[in-house]
Design a protein. Structure first.
Length: 517
């Protein structure tokens, strides 16, 4: 057995149930069309037993008690079909996109990875259940026999090589998907099963039904051999849900988002991928209809639905939609999952997912622009910086950063810059005082004049000096605590320090930029 087929019966109904698990086990009918001309286009077995028929008007279907009526959603059907493809690609790289409700897999060479046919079939069934789908799986030695067995038999079906005609014989001819005219002709002949069709002489069948009759005869015997039409793997991870009554509160909205995220993360895990960003789009109940969009950028790839839901909730709390929501669409940017390597001699940092959740909570309190990592701006303006999104560094980046710090002196910036008093002699500083500290200038380098942004309301023009200061012992005795905050003794002892002063032309005063460590 080299081929497997996965069939999802009633995929239109199952796509709706996948979005609303509470409907599982209920009688469901789907309607489509433009009101008031809406007709039943799909129904499950329970609804048909209750009396619902295809083509019935929406108002007629509402007469049956216990039948849940839902609008058909092609977006949900597309998501369910894409999830079925993801399930197949999680097992085999060679699959055929046979039909909206059927996919076929080539299992050649996969038994050493996934085990026996029974184990592979069980894995496919369980995977479909994780995606919210109830599937029928069949395995056979050729693709078409597997497809027809999956469509005709419930559960898991294994057909040994050479037994295809025997196992398929009890199935109705309609499983082979003949044309309407051919099916009517076979019905008039009394040919209703694959066994009866396989017993007909192929030559006479060809004379009466043409090549279609020969093809059906091969199908009925399970003898048709062909190659799969391979599908190209697509990285399209989208889940959507339509809501009959608008949702305006965050709690019920979070419940629906959690359901969609579970399905999205299950599909990502099946393809061994993670989300680099989550795109959220709502259709709002406004006149005219409007949309609301959010993008959740992630510092590291994630596929933990619970953490993603918390992050989305925090974003929606900070900027909620302005009207009730009628439709939800979630899309993920797929990327490779994060791979980490532990270090024996470095302290373990916080888990990036939990750290991102903490940062999001803080951002919700203080604002997105007030939390992050400081970053220097490409400008000569003194003290100019911006806050960018915080990204945890890897072990190698941390090690490089420590080496860079160890190789050069650091500069400690004072914010705000304290005002200073400077005595000049021949235009050069000779004595300074600030923050209660006083001292003589042992060496001075400068001045370096900087100016710019003359077109703005806050231009600058400053003269900077690097000064080595010998502090008076008396000033240190009376202001020891303040010296501990302002002076860095590593540049020559407890009473010496290297500082940068500047004179501001606009403010007409001296200030201390900071100290060298």
């Amino acid at each position: 057995m080299a081929f497997a087929s996965i069939y999802v019966p009633g995929v239109s109904v199952q796509a709706v149930v996948r979005a609303e698990p509470a409907l599982r086990g209920c009688a469901i009918a789907l309607v489509d069309g433009t009101p008031p001309l809406r007709n039943v286009v799909a129904a499950n077995e329970a609804a048909r037993q209750a009396g619902v028929t295809l083509g019935m008007a929406h108002t007629q279907a509402q007469q049956f008690s216990g039948v849940e009526i839902r609008q058909r959603s092609r977006g949900q059907e597309e998501s369910a079909h894409t999830a079925l493809l993801d399930l197949a690609w999680s097992v085999s790289p060679r699959i055929e996109n046979t039909a909206p409700d059927t996919v076929t897999l080539d299992l050649a060479g996969l038994h050493s990875l996934f085990g026996s046919e029974e184990e592979i079939a069980q894995q496919l069934t369980e995977g479909a259940s994780r995606f919210g789908l109830m599937a029928q799986v069949a395995m056979a030695s050729n693709p078409d026999a597997a497809i027809h067995a999956a469509r005709g038999f419930p559960g898991i079906t294994l057909i040994p090589p050479g037994k295809e005609s025997q196992r398929l014989g009890c199935l109705l001819v309609s499983v082979l998907s003949p044309g309407a005219e051919v099916l009517e002709t076979l019905e008039r002949w009394g040919v209703r099963t694959c066994q009866a069709l396989a017993a007909l002489p192929v030559l006479e069948l060809s004379e009466r039904l043409g090549q279609e009759g020969v093809r059906l005869h091969e199908f009925a015997r399970g003898a048709r051999a062909r190659s799969l039409v391979l599908a190209e793997p697509a990285l399209d991870f989208v889940e959507e849900m339509e809501i009959e009554h608008g949702v305006a509160e965050l709690e019920p909205l979070a419940f629906l988002l959690g359901r969609l995220l579970d399905q999205l993360c299950a599909r990502l895990a099946a393809r061994s991928l993670a989300a680099g960003a989550i795109h959220l789009r709502f259709r709002l109940e406004t006149t005219p209809p409007s949309t609301f969009e959010k993008v959740l950028r992630l510092p590291v790839p994630m596929r933990d639905s619970k953490i993603l839901l918390r992050l989305l909730r925090l974003q929606l709390q900070a900027g909620p939609p302005t009207a009730p929501i009628l439709k939800l669409v979630l899309a993920a940017d797929p990327t490779r999952p994060r791979v980490t390597r532990g270090e024996l001699f470095l302290p373990r940092g916080p888990d990036p997912e939990k750290l991102e959740l903490t940062i999001a909570r803080l951002a919700n309190l203080v604002g997105d622009g007030n939390i992050g990592s400081p970053e220097l701006v490409d400008t000569h303006r003194p003290g100019e910086f911006r806050v960018r999104r915080f990204l945890p560094l890897g072990a190698e980046a941390n090690r490089r950063r420590e080496n860079e710090i160890a190789q050069g002196a650091g500069f400690r910036v004072f914010r705000p810059a304290p005002q200073a008093s400077v005595v000049l002699c021949d235009g050069r500083p000779t004595r300074v005082s600030f923050r209660g500290l006083r001292g003589d200038v042992a060496a001075a380098s400068g001045p370096w004049r900087t100016s710019g942004d003359w077109w703005r309301e806050d231009p600058w023009q400053q003269d900077e000096w690097d000064l080595e200061i010998h502090f008076d012992v008396s000033s240190g005795a009376s202001s020891g605590r303040r010296r501990a905050r302002a002076n860095t003794p590593s540049q020559g002892g407890p009473n010496r320090g290297l500082y940068r002063f500047y004179y501001d032309e606009r403010l007409q005063g001296w200030f201390v930029r900071g100290a060298y460590d």
